[in-house]
Structures are given as structure tokens and as C-alpha cells.
Write a protein that binds this ligand. Structure first.
Ligand SMILES: *Cc1c(COP(=O)(O)O)cnc(C)c1O
Length: 462
């Protein structure tokens, strides 16, 4: 499989090259040149298989040129061995025709472990074969960074630097980034918000001297390997509710549009998905856009669902690429307009988006109310992100199609908001109950590209 950039001006790469490079050199995002198809019978045959087996069958067409079958099976097996639920992504019923897909049984208690644990193993195998070393820099609103540090700690071919907005991540998220003692992982607390961290990361990728000098690699949700890993649980969940013999819908708490874009690819691969519903908090650029108001940046307002406090959804470019009929020049022009504040989506493209996507926005008060009412009606304690999904799903589900809400984090990752909403303090799982006692290691750093670049250069082997 060859990978192409959404902006059409970067070289075509193999899966392995696209994974190791992250962002394309023309500023675009890599996508497979063609979307692999699974037939009705192939999808039906996934029923009853282990998560790892489904992962192999769904992802193999995307990676087959870069790894042997056995290598890839071993990578998958190591990636999910640290999850503490045999199903990896278990489904629970919340209500009539409404299901919760629990994606928080990995080592850092958020769905990002599904992709990051896989990427850690993929990088290790690929770099070992090449005899190379890379520097991974990531920007995080909280969960990506902890998942990356957990996935790469102790690997000798990789140094990891994670930029997070100082004071804007939860204590559990911060501690998961600052307590690992391995010398190859570094947490940087930036004086800015998440969009500043993401902008600094993009600028580092566009500074080719720096990029080539430190062998920069990215594992943010723009990395196609991240998206790929997330396609799997759409298949596992849909099949366990009767697909491909009946349709299902998904509601996805969304920030950078990576998770829900994986659902879009699952649909394009042949999985009968009826609706993909985007659920946003008060930072609602995606909801506004899908409601026909164009894609215009606002100010990021901190919320109790900080992993969705985003005003520019980097993976949305991938959805636009298909909505604009794979017209990379149109995408490049829109992204230029975005630098100046935003753009309007053409009628045709909006119609194409509406063939798959719906959306809803949930306020802070509604989020708190949803945590409380879901606990009362089903006994499930949801994190604020998952509660936003559940609320939008309840508003939009139809009686004849099962709705699956993605539970993106464990409630214990956001204990203050959960306790305030429900009166119940969510305890950490026993395996990480000493998190609050471990000592922290973090560098506070100015929101300044040059300062951040110097710090990175000074902390990798010469
Ligand atoms: C990252 C994250 C999201 C948003 O996912 P995207 O792929 O950025 O849309 C939602 N909830 C939680 C808990 C997250 O960590």
C-alpha cells in the first residue's frame, strides 16, 4: 500500500515511512492511496474472534508491505498484552439500543492506549530493522502524552518529548507524564494552551533543518498509524452487535477528529455504519462546521473535558479531503485560508460530510447532568468526555439502529469533575493506586519555538 498526502505535494511513502515521518512535508496528512475493502463474508467471519485476531485482519491490508505476517501478529500481541480486560474493548449496555464501548482498560486509562501501544511496538520493530534512532515530539491536551510516554519509555532507539499546556491537564494526566523515571522520556510544561503546543509541533515539522537534524518523528493523531489502530474497535463492536447483518451507529466524543475519522474509514472499508455522530463540548468548531456555519477558529475555552478543548481539529483535513473528492489543491487552499482564521465549506462538500456525519454540542452543565443521570439510570460512572458522547447519543439515537457511544477515558482520570457531578469519587484501578505518591520530573518552558527546539537538541544523544 502506498500513502499519499492530502495536499498532493509530498512524496508517496510506504506505511512504514509514513508512520516514521508523521506529518507530510507539504504540511498535509498521509492517507492510503486506496481504502482497503472487507467483503460482507470477511466481516461476518470476524464474529467471535479475539480482539487481536480482528486487529490483524482489519489492519493487515494497510501494513502488508512493511512487516511480515508473523512480525505483525507479534506486534499486535505485545501491544495489547498490558490491557487489563480480556476483551480489550468491552461493550456494556446503557439503555435500550444504547451501548457503551469501554476503551479505557489500557495502561493510561484512555482510548489513546489502543493506538499508542501499537505504535510503540511498530516503531521498535521498524527502527531495529533499519538500525536507526528517532526523536519523537508530541503535543498533548493530556491523554496522548501519557499514552506516548507509557508506550515508548525504556525503548533505546527513541527519545520522547511531550509538550503539554501548563496547568491545563488533570493531575492524573500530569502525573502519568511526569512520574516515569526512564531517561528517554521528557515532559515539557508549556506556558500556553493546547493549540499553542500543537502549533509549535507543526512549526518544528516545517523547520526542515531541525526536523532532519534530530530525526524528528511524530505520534500525534495526525500519524496515520494512530488512526489505523482505532479502526479495529469499530469492527469488533459492530460485529458483536450483529454487523454486517445489521447496521450500527457510533457517537464519538471528538477533539482532533482522529477517533471518529477511524470510524469513517471503517465505514468506507465496508462496515455497515449508519451514522457517525460527532460529540463536542463548548469548543464546538466541528459542530458549527457540520451545522453549515463554516470552519472558523474561536478561542479555546477550558472545560471539564480537557482532552476535547481544541479549536483546530487536525484530522478533519482528512475528512475534507474525501468530502472534496480527493482534490488536494482545494485542500491546500482551504488550509491556507485556515491560517488566516477559517474557511467556508462548499455545499457539495458539506453534503458529502452529511452522508456520514451528524453532530451535537454539550455544555458544561449538561455534561455534569449527564454524568449524574447515567449513573442513576445504568450504574455506570462516566468520565466527562464519555458523558458528552452519551448525552449526544441519547438525543440522536433512532429506535431501529443500535447506538454505540465510545467511552474514551476512565472516570478516575478526571476525578474532580466526576465527583462534583455525581457525588461519587472514582478510585484509580489498584495497579496504579500509588500514582499520587510517585515523584515528578518536568521542565516548565516558554511558549517559544526556539527555546523548545534548543531544549530538545540539548537532551538527545549527540
Ligand atoms: C483524545 C481524547 C478525545 C478526543 O479524541 P480525538 O481523536 O482527538 O477526537 C476524547 N476523549 C478523551 C478522553 C481523549 O483522551
Amino acid at each position: 500500500m502506498k500513502y499519499i498526502s492530502t495536499r498532493g505535494q509530498a512524496p508517496e511513502l510506504s506505511f512504514e515511512e509514513a508512520m516514521l515521518t508523521g506529518l507530510a512535508r507539504d504540511g498535509g496528512l498521509y492517507l492510503p492511496a486506496e481504502i482497503p475493502q472487507l467483503s460482507h463474508d470477511e466481516i461476518a467471519a470476524l464474529a467471535g474472534q479475539s480482539y487481536e485476531e480482528i486487529a490483524f485482519r482489519v489492519m493487515w491490508p494497510y501494513v502488508s508491505g512493511s512487516f511480515s505476517e508473523q512480525e505483525f501478529r507479534d506486534i499486535i500481541s505485545r501491544a495489547y498484552a498490558g490491557f487489563d480486560h480480556d476483551a480489550r474493548a468491552p461493550l456494556k449496555q446503557l439503555n435500550e439500543n444504547h451501548f457503551l464501548l469501554e476503551l479505557f482498560h489500557g495502561p493510561t486509562l484512555a482510548f489513546k492506549d489502543f493506538a499508542m501501544q501499537l505504535i510503540g511496538q511498530l516503531f521498535q520493530v521498524a527502527l531495529k530493522k533499519r538500525g536507526e534512532r528517532v526523536t519523537i515530539v508530541g503535543a498533548t491536551s493530556g491523554d496522548t502524552g501519557s499514552a506516548a510516554i507509557e508506550a515508548f519509555r525504556g525503548l533505546d532507539a527513541v527519545d520522547v518529548f511531550i509538550l503539554y499546556p501548563h496547568g491545563r491537564v488533570s493531575e492524573v494526566q500530569r502525573r502519568q507524564m511526569t512520574t516515569p523515571a526512564d531517561s528517554n522520556v521528557h515532559a515539557l510544561a508549556v506556558d500556553g494552551d493546547f493549540d499553542d503546543c500543537q502549533a509549535a509541533l507543526k512549526d518544528m515539522f516545517n523547520d526542515f533543518d531541525f526536523r532532519d537534524g534530530v530525526r524528528l518523528a511524530g505520534v500525534n493523531s495526525i500519524n496515520f498509524a494512530r488512526v489505523l489502530a482505532q479502526i479495529v474497535y469499530y469492527f469488533s463492536a459492530a460485529v458483536s452487535l450483529g454487523a454486517p447483518h445489521r447496521k450500527v451507529s457510533f457517537t464519538v466524543p471528538t477533539g482532533n477528529f482522529g477517533d471518529i475519522f477511524a470510524g469513517y474509514l471503517a465505514k468506507r472499508m465496508g462496515l455497515p455504519i449508519d451514522r457517525l455522530v460527532v460529540a463536542t463540548n463548548q469548543n464546538d468548531i466541528l459542530h458549527r462546521c457540520l451545522s453549515g456555519q463554516g470552519y472558523h477558529k474561536g478561542d479555546t475555552i477550558p472545560s471539564i473535558s480537557p482532552s476535547m478543548d481544541i479549536q483546530v481539529s487536525s484530522n478533519f483535513e482528512r475528512a475534507l479531503y474525501y468530502a472534496y473528492d480527493q482534490d488536494s489543491r482545494a485542500i491546500a487552499a482551504l488550509m491556507d485560508e485556515l491560517k488566516a482564521g477559517g474557511f467556508d465549506v462548499s455545499q457539495g462538500a458539506l453534503q458529502a460530510l452529511h452522508e456520514s456525519f451528524d453532530s451535537g454540542r454539550v455544555s458544561e452543565d449538561e455534561t455534569m447532568a449527564a454524568i449524574k443521570s447515567t449513573l442513576a439510570s445504568s450504574g455506570e460512572l462516566l468520565c466527562p468526555h464519555s458523558a458528552i458522547g452519551a448525552k449526544v447519543a441519547e438525543d440522536q439515537r433512532k429506535s431501529d439502529v443500535p447506538m454505540i457511544t465510545l467511552a474514551t477515558a476512565h472516570p478516575a482520570k478526571f476525578p474532580a469533575a466526576v465527583e462534583k457531578a455525581s457525588g461519587v469519587f472514582p478510585p484509580l484501578p489498584p495497579r496504579m493506586s500509588d500514582l499520587y505518591e510517585r515523584s515528578e520530573r518536568v521542565t516548565r518552558i516558554a511558549n517559544d519555538l526556539g527555546t523548545i527546539q534548543e531544549h530538545i537538541k540539548g537532551h538527545i544523544p549527540a
